[in-house]
Design a protein around this ligand. Structure first.
Ligand code: EPU
Length: 422
């Protein structure tokens, strides 16, 4: 297993480019199943999660080949199986994105239940509801979702769950509805730009989908879809992580491809913390000085503050001049980073769904362990600001979502080395 060895305390400065969006790309790879032939995706990040989804597609009989550094060709001509097995699905929850496409193409799908998640329960009831509403019969058997639908029929479906709309279930419903009979209206659809990007891709495949980015998406089913070429949007969570790296080191960092529309609330919160934020041209630039001002943050579905930036913001606020309150509105238990930040000297008290962060003057390097992707990113950020050496263990979690994080950070002047865990 690899770890990062970070020598902290350096002010980062410079420009990095955002990678393609992992969370936009994963359901797009599944959407390729909707048409027979070769679909080519561009701006695809080279990440462990993308390889896992490629393995899911291969397990179904597709091929997935890199045609360039960030160009992935998916050939679905020989797809003949409709079972997504436990062995691959257990590696990544997002594999459930093949449920809708398989059902649409084969009228049958068997997808392993994804199982647990490091930051609390993540049910799949809304995915199952989505396909049931279109007429699928669904059983849970032997750890699998077993779905059959001789016919899929469009209708009005509400996608709200206990924490608001579900991105993944909205995507599955859109993909199944694209080849269903009649019109599906998705009420309370997820509004994330990643969902809107999938709408655009489906349109490029010939689907009749409208309303991406709004809370009502309309899908008029068609008989066939065609493969397409599509450029994936940039990864705004990755972009914001590097902007926080600038802020937490009192540095000056610009990220090309950071989108001020997507990140407007994030930018507003950073500015409220006293960070200078300039959006313009092709990106966002931050200039930080410590301590930052304390903040109140509540995560919520888009356009609210993204839960995928909560751990990283917690790291930044651990160096604030007072008491911050963070309420996790999506995943009440997503605070695995808190005790690890504590090992670096941060004061974070968690009573789910809330974390109270009492800012400290300094963090000090220590051994810490990444428990999931964004928690890992938060520990790297804290390590960049900490005095002395921080060893972040289990960085395979970070490699799931950040392409060559150490290279990008080093290009900004950080000292981050990938080493083998002893
Ligand atoms: N939910 C249900 N039932 C369901 C599905 C979801 O109750 O069937 C609940 C979840 O437990 C959660 C809320 O609905 O409280 C929202 O979950 P959603 O379905 O929108 O999440 P997701 O599609 O599984 C995506 C991202 C996550 C991100 C969440 C929330 C992908 C591949 N993953 O997951 O990204 O945290 O949306 O914004 O798009 C990450 O990148 O680190 C990551 C975990």
């Amino acid at each position: 297993m690899d770890k990062f060895v970070i020598r902290g305390g350096r002010r980062l400065s410079g420009v990095v480019a955002a990678q393609g969006s992992k969370n936009a790309c994963l359901p797009m790879m599944a959407a390729a199943l909707l048409a027979e032939g070769v679909t080519t995706l561009r701006n695809v990040p080279r990440l462990a999660d993308i390889e896992t989804m490629a393995d899911v597609l291969r397990s179904l009989g597709a091929t997935a080949e890199w045609e360039g550094p960030h160009e992935l060709a998916i050939d679905t001509t020989s797809v003949e199986r409709y079972v997504a097995p436990y062995d691959v699905v257990r590696r990544m929850r997002a594999s459930i994105a093949v449920l809708g496409p398989l059902l649409a193409r084969f009228r049958r799908a068997e997808v392993s239940l994804p199982g647990g998640c490091a930051f609390g329960p993540r049910p799949v009831d809304l995915h199952i509801k989505a396909v049931k509403e279109l007429g699928a019969k669904v059983d849970l058997r032997g750890g699998y979702i077993v779905a059959q639908a001789p016919a899929l029929k469009g209708k009005r479906v509400n996608m709200t769950g206990p924490a608001g709309p579900s991105r993944g279930a909205t995507a599955n419903l859109m993909m199944a509805a694209a080849l269903a009979e009649g019109v599906t209206v998705i009420e309370n659809a997820a509004r994330e730009p990643e969902v809107a990007d999938l709408v655009n891709m489906l349109r490029a495949m010939g689907a009749q989908v409208d309303g991406g980015g709004s809370s009502e998406i309309t899908v008029a089913g068609v008989e066939h879809l065609k493969p397409c070429e599509y450029e994936v949007m940039n990864d705004q969570i990755e972009a914001a992580t590097y902007l926080i790296a600038g802020a937490i080191t009192g540095g000056d960092v610009a990220v090309e491809g950071a989108d001020a529309g997507y990140l407007s609330l994030f930018d507003e919160r950073l500015a409220a913390a006293g960070v200078t934020v300039e959006a313009g041209g092709d990106g966002i630039r931050v200039r930080g000085s410590l301590p930052v001002a304390p903040l109140e943050i509540r995560t919520a579905p888009f356009p609210g503050f993204p839960t995928d930036l909560q751990p990283q913001m917690t790291a930044l606020l651990s160096l604030a001049s007072g008491r911050s309150v963070i309420v996790e509105g999506i995943y009440p238990d997503r605070f695995n980073h808190a005790p690890e930040l504590g090992r670096l000297g941060a004061h974070v008290e968690v009573t789910p769904p809330t974390a109270v962060v009492n800012g400290v003057h300094r963090l000090y390097g220590a051994y810490v362990m990444a428990s999931d992707l964004r928690a890992g990113a938060a520990l790297v950020l804290a390590g960049l600001a900490a005095e002395g050496e921080t060893n972040v263990r289990r960085i395979y979690h970070i490699d799931r979502g950040y392409e060559r994080m150490e290279d990008k950070l080093m290009s900004l002047g950080a000292s981050v080395e990938r080493a083998q865990e002893e």
